[in-house]
Design a protein around this ligand. Sequence first.
Ligand code: 6GU
Length: 234
Amino acid sequence: MRIDIVSIFPEFFGVLDVSLLGRARQQRLLDVQVHDLRDHTHDRHRTVDDTPYGGGAGMVMKPEPWGEALDAILDGTPEGTVVVVPSPAGTPFTQAQARELALAPRLVFTCGRYEGIDQRVIDHAATRPGVTVREVSLGDYVLNGGEVAAMAMIEAIGRLVPGVVGNPESLTEESHEGGLLEYPSYTKPAVWRGHEVPLILLSGNHGAIATWRHEQQVERTRRVRPDLLPDAEA
Ligand code: 6GU
């Protein structure tokens, strides 16, 4: 999968060199290219923002540098390319969307700062043949810019690309796969600081363990995230 990131802080993305995603990049499973938006400015101050039409607080990212940057990235891009616009005003990012985006041949993340990007940049990108645009939010809180949000989404999507996670079974037995939170996990020793591992896990009875784990998933989901439960189980 090819991933392009446009930002005024390309140095944010140094962390993509480490851990699982760093290895996936070395193995060419992920081709991540980070672009500095300011390379597409032409004034002495490399200006990327301006005051909002209609007034109000804050600054808005100017369309021209974004237009140029996206022209360079999107000309000739494969059918199915998705432009992901991190924004607290977007639709909530979910595991289902991560699965969908992991199938795209190419993702382009546009990391805005200030009060966001001139809306025409997003509307124009959506008119490009073969390109769809998704405005996506991590949750109901405000970050200073799209960089950290893009990083979170790239990690969630990248680990679903075949080969990135060594054992594919670990992708199906985790929170939000199957619509429930994960069951609690334990490893040795069997007693630690007076706390015992649930005895069922030491029984060797795999059917009983599977039943117990499912019960734990439902109980935990009901307790901390009842909104995730189908009405029948809530
Ligand atoms: Cl995707 N961007 C910003 N700037 N703030 C956020 C967000 C995204 N998701 C939650 N808050």
